[in-house]
Design a binder for this molecule. Structure first.
Ligand SMILES: Nc1ncnc2c1ncn2[C@@H]1O[C@H](COP(=O)(O)OP(=O)(O)OP(=O)(O)O)[C@@H](O)[C@H]1O
Ligand SMILES: [Mg+2]
Length: 240
């Protein structure tokens, strides 16, 4: 579904993403982990069209999307959320999600169809009680959920999530893992998920990619990653 080939992105003298190659298959939940500053968000920004890579190719559903506009990439079915939440805070929860439903993947939907889709997604993610609240009134964890809902309402083939777990209680974390699993199983959306909270990522992904100083230093199942010496040294440390 997604094929990233030898992608490099530098800022001046700093190579934030350095010759990264990987793929995500239809139906997978893939984790992307690595220390602060490893280049994870830069990689997302490069895949989603915010930056053009200096080198390399990004293909999605057999289409070359390298350097395409973010809106065109979204229409093609590749949607992302942001590490620093970017809800539309002058708007209600419903209007935020309606934006995704209207302008998401595929053709622009009619108002009726988009409203139906937004309503259904709010129920799916348990946000119907907050429907008419402004997102500025919500705590951060719920604003993140609104952003996830806006992404799901786009009806993408692949949803890239840039950190959702920070600051959640253990119960909220369990719920997040269950939600992401339901996004895959009930909506047929594949997921590429950046996360620092190890319990979440180790327990919910099919495969994990480990980025360190811009390069992928390991990839494998959660079990393989947990016992990889280089990963433990670079990142996991005492967490496992
Ligand atoms: N727009 C930019 N201009 C200059 N340097 C940047 C820019 N964006 C990121 N960087 C640098 O690129 C490196 C990778 O940053 P990035 O945000 O991709 O890391 P990350 O893995 O997402 O980290 P974190 O886990 O803290 O979110 C860092 O050294 C960062 O300072
Ligand atoms: Mg980041």
């Amino acid at each position: 579904m997604l094929q990233v080939s030898d992608v490099t992105k530098s800022f001046g003298g700093l190579t934030a993403v350095d010759g990264v190659s990987f793929s995500v298959d239809h139906g997978e939940i893939v984790g992307l982990i690595g220390p602060n500053g490893a280049g994870k968000t830069t990689l997302f920004n490069t895949i989603s069209g915010i930056y053009k890579p200096d080198h390399g190719e990004i293909r999605f559903n057999d289409q070359d999307i390298t350097g395409m506009r973010t809106s065109a990439i979204c229409h093609a079915g590749l949607v992302r959320t942001f590490q620093i939440v970017r809800t539309f805070d002058e708007s209600t929860v419903f209007e935020n999600v309606l934006t995704g439903a209207t302008f998401g993947s595929g053709e622009t939907r009619s108002r009726d169809a988009a409203e139906q889709q937004a309503t259904e997604v709010l129920e799916f993610l348990g946000l119907d009680q907050q429907r008419d609240q402004h997102t500025s009134e919500l705590p951060i964890a719920q604003r993140k959920l609104v952003e996830l809902a806006r992404g799901v309402a786009c009806d993408p083939d692949l949803l890239m999530i840039d950190e959702m777990g920070a600051g959640l209680t253990p119960a909220e974390l369990d719920q997040l893992v269950e939600t992401i699993e339901r996004i895959r199983s009930e909506r047929d959306i594949s997921v590429l998920w950046i996360e620092h909270v190890m319990e979440a990522i180790l327990g919910s992904t099919d495969r994990i990619l480990v980025l360190h100083k811009g390069s992928l230093i390991a990839r494998g199942t959660p079990e393989q990653i947990k016992s990889d010496d280089e990963v433990i040294e670079a990142y996991l440390g005492d967490a496992v």
